[in-house]
Structure formats: C-alpha cells, structure tokens
Design a binder for this molecule. Structure first.
Ligand code: GLP
Length: 266
C-alpha cells in the first residue's frame, strides 16, 4: 500500500501509476480476506490512464474473475452498447480486458432500467472500493449539488455544467439530460474511496471538497465523512489546497487538506 507519508500530489503519469497500484493493492487485500471484492469505478475521463495501467501492468496481478464490478452512474435511455453509455465505457476499458467476473449495470438493451433504482441498490454487495472523479461543480457519480448525503439510488436530472463537460454536441446534451446514479448513502458507505482529480478546471471543486465544511452544496465533500478516503491529485487540481500529512503515529486515516492559494508542488 502507498504509505501515508507519501505525497498525494503527483504529476499525471505518476498519479495514474500510483492509483493503479493502490487499486490493485486494495483489491488484493480484500480478495485475501474475503475471497471476493466489489469495485465501483468512475466512467469519466480522469481515470482512463489509470485503467490503462491496470490493463498493461496488473492484468495478472490478481484474480479479476473474483472481482464484481458495479456501475456507479448512467445516462437514461442508452443501451449498454451505445458508445456514449458508461456501461460501454466500463466494458471496453475494464470488464473485458481484465476478465472481471461479474458486471452489474443499470440499463438493458432497450435503454430502459433493468430494475428499479431501489432494487439495484438493495441487491448490491457491500462496496469495497469506489474510484471517483469529481465534476467541476463538485458532483460525484451523478449526485449533483444539493444531493443529500443520505440520498438513495435514483433517477436524476443532470446539470448544464455536467452535460457541458461530458458532451460536445447539443443533440447529445438533450438526449442524455437525465441519468441514474448510486445515491450518496451508498457511495459514502463504501469500505474505501479513491478520489482522482487533475487539471486546473477541477481546482475549485477539489478545494471545496477537501477544505470547506462538508455540505450537500459540494457532494464530493461527503467523502471526508467516511474516514476511508484516499485523494490523488495533480498539481493543477491541487493548486488551491495542500495535504497535511497523517499524524506522526503513522495512522493511515484520511489525510486532512487545507486551503492554500497558489500551493506549489515539485
Ligand atoms: C462525470 C461522471 C462521474 C465522473 C465525473 C468526472 O459526469 N458522472 O462518474 O467521475 O463526472 O468526470 P471526468 O473525469 O470526465 O472529469
């Protein structure tokens, strides 16, 4: 495992390698103790390089057949083979190349939900590891600002900020204006969470997530209430905040971050 004294702010290539290693170590620990592991990976752009490292370096590091991959969020109306869908993304980048044993996703071939959001959440195994990106407005999954930390898995209307970040074409923004997401109560109950952020466009969201008092105004801030959060950010995303090392006793709890305008990292 990455020791707590290791810096959490790394250049992107190093960050992607560190994140992949940390994911594999976390899953490996769980496989050893429980015999199986449940992974909930973001389907955003941020972890793409991390997933490439998983495929290139760690394909044979663990028994991926004992990993159950659960979809975190999806657009309403998209079939799992639609290239805009998160199910298609997860299948291409993780499920098929790694040989993951089980894949739970939201939509069926007709684009409709395979089961109600309540049933989807009820039937999930305990979530061992969630890999998060962060929206520019602080969303995680499709839990947009205003979502309660106790919110259930549910259909959601996506914000203009989220649609603008995720689609170039107006037609896609209109077609994909509704989504479905694991609720915050479910995501925040995960055994471990990894939050990845890079790029200056994420700096303010990361500052609000890590430095402000946790509030539904910034759903990602709820991750700090779990006490099981690893944050990895590049210097651009972390330019408004700095990590404060874990305590000298070596406890590996969630590191604290402080607001620090213009933080500099080597
Ligand atoms: C998207 C997804 C999230 C993702 C986040 C960041 O809208 N719903 O699951 O983690 O926003 O995405 P990206 O990494 O592409 O910036």
């Amino acid at each position: 495992m990455i020791p707590p004294e290791q810096p959490w702010v790394l250049a992107r290539a190093a960050l992607s390698r560190a994140a992949a290693r940390w994911i594999v170590d976390t899953l490996s620990d769980r496989l050893k103790s429980a015999g199986h592991a449940c992974l909930v990976p973001s389907a955003g752009r941020t972890p793409l390089a991390t997933y490439a490292v998983l495929r290139d370096r760690y394909r044979d590091a663990i028994d991926w057949r004992r990993v159950h991959l659960v979809q975190m969020d999806e657009y309403k109306g998209l079939a799992p083979d639609d290239p805009r869908s998160f199910a298609d993304y997860l299948r291409r980048h993780l499920v098929e190349p790694l040989g993951v044993g089980a894949f739970t996703h939201f939509n069926g071939a007709d684009g409709r939900l395979l089961r109600s959001p309540a049933a989807y959440e009820r039937d999930l195994p305990p979530l061992d590891l969630v890999v998060h990106g962060i929206g520019r407005n602080g969303h995680i999954g499709f839990n947009e600002p205003g979502a309660a930390f106790t919110s259930a898995t549910r259909p959601v209307r996506l914000s203009p900020s989220t649609l603008g970040a995720n689609f170039v074409l107006d037609a896609d923004r209109q077609a994909c204006a509704m989504g479905v997401t694991l609720g915050l109560r479910c995501l925040l109950a995960a055994r471990q969470s990894l939050l990845l952020a890079w790029g200056v466009e994420k700096a303010d969201a990361l500052r609000r997530a890590l430095c402000d008092t946790p509030s539904s105004r910034c759903p990602a801030s709820g991750l700090r209430l779990t006490g099981r959060l690893m944050v990895m950010a590049d210097p651009d995303a972390a330019r408004l905040c700095i990590p404060v090392a874990a305590d000298s006793a070596g406890n590996s709890g969630t590191p604290k971050w402080e607001y620090h305008a213009g933080a500099h990292f080597d």
